[in-house]
Write a protein that binds this ligand. Structure first.
Ligand SMILES: N[C@@H](CCC(=O)N[C@@H](CS)C(=O)NCC(=O)O)C(=O)O
Length: 227
């Protein structure tokens, strides 16, 4: 049995979508990020970075894994699924996973901070992170022009990238003119495990639904960013 400590965010969904794809039983522990539950001493013993997600593998001596990319690799390696076993196939998956961890996630995350959460609108910072996110979308689009999935067969690399790219409107970054990325976004969205995974720990209300919903979401996010 796996314990999953998470919240309704792209990094959290990466873990829950992977667990859903693998059909592994898991217990969800929802953390209230605005209340700072991720900084509680007991949680910091599992995740020294004080962020979500974290898993604890109860079947293997309560082994804790933090960092979403490391969680996806651990689950893939434990099950022998969502990543090939040969060195080159593994490397291909890890390359596109690292592309998300070092590029798509941080750039979209900072686009969110400067476009949505910072009270001051610093236009060069907004432009920098939105443009860089869009450039990375172009890299994904070019890859997906040649390949159905990012790294050969469907893998944790697709899951990691999708959980971020699907939130592109919140970051203010368009996917217009990127037909292969759009095709892949649609294919990912159609997968039942992806649909279930993004409802963990709870179905997230769309922050884009109304001005009121947007403001409420931003207010909570500001509490986290300013902590
Ligand atoms: N590199 C980490 C990033 C995790 C991360 O930034 N998680 C965010 C939610 S998406 C978080 O916990 N934020 C709370 C905070 O900053 O205190 C990972 O991939 O696991």
């Amino acid at each position: 049995m796996i314990d999953l400590y998470t919240a309704s965010t792209p990094n959290g969904w990466k873990a829950s979508v992977t667990l859903e794809e693998l059909g592994l039983p898991y217990t969800v522990h929802a953390l209230d990020l605005a209340q700072g539950e991720q900084k509680a001493p007991a949680y910091l013993r599992l995740n020294p970075n004080g962020r979500i997600p974290t898993i604890v593998d109860r079947a293997h001596g309560d082994f804790a894994v933090f960092e979403s990319g490391a969680i996806l690799l651990y689950l893939a390696e434990q099950t022998g699924r969502l990543m090939p076993a040969d060195a080159q196939g593994r490397s291909r998956v890890i390359q596109w996973l690292m592309f998300q961890m070092g590029g798509v996630g941080p750039m979209m995350g900072q686009a969110n901070v400067f476009f949505r959460y910072f009270p001051e609108k610093i236009q060069p910072a907004i432009d920098r992170y939105q443009n860089e996110s869009r450039r990375l979308f172009g890299v994904l689009d070019a890859r997906l022009a040649d390949s159905e999935w990012l790294a050969g067969d469907y893998s944790v690399a697709d899951i990691a990238n999708w959980c971020w790219v699907r939130t592109h409107k919140w970051s203010g970054v368009s996917v217009e003119g990127l037909p292969h990325l759009q095709r892949w976004l649609d294919a990912m969205k159609a997968r039942p495990a992806c649909q279930r995974g993004i409802e963990v720990p709870a179905r997230a209300e769309s922050a884009l639904k109304s001005e009121q919903a947007t403001q409420a979401f931003v207010a909570r996010a500001q509490q986290i960013v300013q902590r």
